[in-house]
Design a protein around this ligand. Structure first.
Ligand SMILES: Nc1nc2c(ncn2[C@@H]2O[C@H](COP(=O)(O)OP(=O)(O)O)[C@@H](O)[C@H]2O)c(=O)[nH]1
Ligand SMILES: [Mg+2]
Length: 218
């Protein structure tokens, strides 16, 4: 039988032990970011003014990546039809075991794009090379996006699309109108640029390479 003094000291030790275990649990919960559990994919916002080719990009990526996984060598075929995106267009793709979740926001949603920044890790920004009247708006929207605090460490891919349209601008011409070199030099984001013709799938491999290179799950 324990004497009262022994019992008191035993109670005291087990209380200290309980406090220690509780503190350890709190520390563990704090250091593991619970929001990451179950979400192991890159969250990519697909933005840009209307009709640049965002929906076409997602459709082309879907068929391109399904070919990659089936290792067949089919051509991409006729361009799929697209309709103007209302709201959010969400698709998930797996490329070489890496998961990518794409969220296309319609150009008309530009005033609320920033509501989606918090949950994103990357951005693809699609610009129509054939639409001269849209360059100023494209530049303003891009600047708004790049100057947001929440996007400051995203990898950003600018896609100049519709390379096939004969009366379109060249990459050099549109970059100079947008002062793109200055924008890239002054932005905190790592910005890459590719040219595409999504109608026939031209440039898709560059987009996929960028996705692989910058993969960063959230
Ligand atoms: N000529 C040409 N047209 C394209 C290309 N990519 C998309 N389009 C067309 O541009 C229009 C708008 O495309 P969409 O993907 O809906 O644009 P979004 O509003 O940015 O989602 C559609 O008629 C597409 O067929 C391209 O590379 N070349
Ligand atoms: Mg669309």
């Amino acid at each position: 039988m324990k004497c009262p003094r022994q019992e008191r000291s035993h109670n005291h030790t087990s209380q200290i032990h309980r406090i220690f275990v509780t503190l350890c649990c709190c520390f563990l919960l704090y250091s593991v970011d619970l929001s990451r559990i179950g979400r192991m994919d890159s969250q990519i916002l697909v933005l840009g003014p209307e009709s640049g080719g965002k929906t076409m990009l997602l459709k082309r990526l879907q068929s391109y990546t399904s070919q990659l996984s089936s290792s067949s060598d089919m051509a991409l075929g006729e361009p799929p039809s697209t309709i103007a995106t209302v709201g959010v267009n969400l698709i998930t793709l797996q490329i070489h075991k890496k998961k990518f979740c794409f969220r296309e926001l319609g150009g008309a949603m530009a005033p609320v794009w920033s509501n989606y920044f918090k949950d994103s890790t990357h951005c693809i920004y699609v610009i129509d090379m054939a639409n001269r009247g849209q360059v100023a708006a494209s530049t303003m929207l891009l600047l708004n996006l790049l100057t947001s605090r929440q996007s400051s460490n995203w990898p950003v891919l600018i896609i100049f699309n519709k390379l096939d349209i004969p009366c379109g601008m060249t990459q050099m011409e549109i970059s100079s109108i947008m002062h793109l070199d200055d924008i890239i030099n002054r932005s905190s984001q790592k910005i890459s640029v590719v040219e595409t013709c999504l109608h026939d799938g031209g440039g898709l491999s560059d987009v996929v390479n960028w996705l692989q290179k910058t993969y960063q799950p959230k």
